[in-house]
Design a protein. Structure first.
Length: 442
């Protein structure tokens, strides 16, 4: 049960002792930045992850390793009372007073929100919660989730009263995995709190590390909704150009040529067609749709956009097979190579990658398919998708079809003529290669 009778922050951000729950693409950069000014604990239930980070290593390649080792040393020196250390033991969080939750919020097989990681994190926090503590959620959720789903769990487990004994905030994450320019401190942060005083305190806390500044939302629900629509907007815009790609393929013109021409007008938004995966754009619209349906409204635009984007992998595979037939390739038993498994370029993140859709569709036609990705972890792909991939490529191998699914730097200068067999097909889903090298592209 939670402890009462202590005012753990005394209303001042300089007294904050921060525990970050979840040390993935979002939590780790956050922990590093806060640790430059505060006493920070990085918590994760994965002991291997904790051990790796304690040694100053990061498999996600998201952290600045120089900064990571700097804040670890700060904590070890114990001179200034600041710095970062890691733990997988939840009891180590008892001495902290500000908790920031950055656990995943995926969707299940029915494309419904899967709140289990969030609820488990809330249950764990309830067991260490004290009077005066603040719990800030960063995980992407639907509007109302923090106060309607998470807070009751905190109350039940801790025995404390919301907005009397403990408080809540919400500040949606805006991490862009693999982006070394638009990093955490350079992206304006939306903040919110469960009372006006707490909203100010949460805003002050983030403003102390975010150089780009903050935007204090008027309520937690507004902050939650802002995150959901950020990615839903991108999803709908991409679905529009993906639908254009389907239309222009039938017309026989190149979608990128059309976009370049239309883009000569100042107010045209040059979105590009492609696969839409990852932990945000391919997931968040379903959270917003779930909330809308719970309130009796069936969203039309959001879900129609999702249907278009979810079918792009099948379109790519079908197009490849048609091109192979046109070149007189026997389909069953032919060899195909998919280049790239991650959901975006120059990043090891394979969460919700839609490359798997291309793979399964090609296999259903009878092709033997290999996947090559120098960035993705084979063990992670095997655990998540049951697929075998390779980090290296046997350049003596030959393929009837090559699909460039991700625009990794390694793929841009690759000699595709080496691995094409008998006038093989090259399909460029990212429009990143010289047009003379490819048979088709999105």
């Amino acid at each position: 049960m939670g402890k009462s009778g202590q005012n753990s922050t005394n209303g001042k951000v300089e007294n904050a002792k921060i525990a970050i729950i979840g040390l993935g693409y979002v939590g780790l950069p956050l922990a590093i930045e806060f640790a430059k000014k505060y006493d920070v604990l990085g918590f994760d239930i994965n002991k291997d992850r904790v051990d790796e980070l304690s040694e100053g290593k990061d498999r996600t390649r998201e952290a600045n390793l120089k900064d990571l080792n700097y804040v670890i040393k700060l904590k070890a020196d114990k001179k200034n009372g600041i710095g970062l250390h890691f733990s997988s033991n939840w009891e180590d969080m008892e001495s902290y007073n500000t908790y920031i939750v950055t656990v995943p919020t995926p969707i299940d097989e029915f494309k419904a929100p899967d709140l289990r990681p969030l609820i488990k994190a809330s249950e764990m926090l309830g067991s260490v919660l004290k009077s005066g503590d603040i719990v800030i959620y960063e995980s992407t959720v639907y509007p109302g989730c923090t106060e309607e789903d998470c807070v009751p769990v905190l109350e039940r487990v801790s025995g404390l009263k919301f907005n009397k004994d403990f408080f809540a905030g919400y500040s949606p994450e805006r991490i862009n995995p693999g982006d070394k320019i638009n990093t955490l401190t350079k992206i304006k942060k939306v903040t919110s709190g469960s009372t006006p005083e707490i909203a100010n305190r949460v805003d002050d806390l983030y403003r102390s590390i975010i150089t780009a500044g903050t935007h204090k939302a008027p309520s937690i629900k507004v902050a939650e909704a802002s995150k959901a629509i950020e990615n839903a907007q991108r999803d709908v815009n991409i679905s529009f150009v993906n639908e254009l790609a389907l239309i222009f393929d039938r017309i026989g013109i190149d979608t990128n040529d059309v976009i370049e021409a239309a883009g000569t007008k100042w107010n045209f938004l040059k979105y590009q067609p492609g696969l839409v995966g990852g932990h945000c754009i391919g997931v968040d619209p379903y959270y917003l749709a779930h909330k809308a349906q719970a309130l009796g409204y069936h969203p039309q635009v959001i879900l129609s956009g999702r249907r278009v984007n979810d079918n792009m992998g099948a379109f790519v595979a079908d197009k490849v097979v048609k091109l192979m037939i046109q070149k007189d390739h026997k389909i069953k038993g032919s060899r195909a190579l998919i280049m790239g498994m991650t959901f975006k370029e120059n990043c090891p993140d394979v969460r919700n990658t839609r490359v798997v859709d291309i793979y399964h569709e090609l296999v259903s036609f009878g092709l033997d398919v290999d996947i090559y990705d120098p960035w993705a972890a084979p063990v992670e792909v095997k655990d998540e998708y049951g697929l075998d991939i390779s980090n290296t490529l046997d350049e003596s191998a030959e393929y009837n079809a090559v699909i460039v699914a991700v625009a990794h730097n390694e793929f841009l200068a690759f000699d595709y003529k080496k691995i094409k067999r008998n006038n093989g097909v090259v399909f460029d889903t990212k429009a990143c290669l010289d047009r003379d090298l490819v048979d088709a592209r999105l």
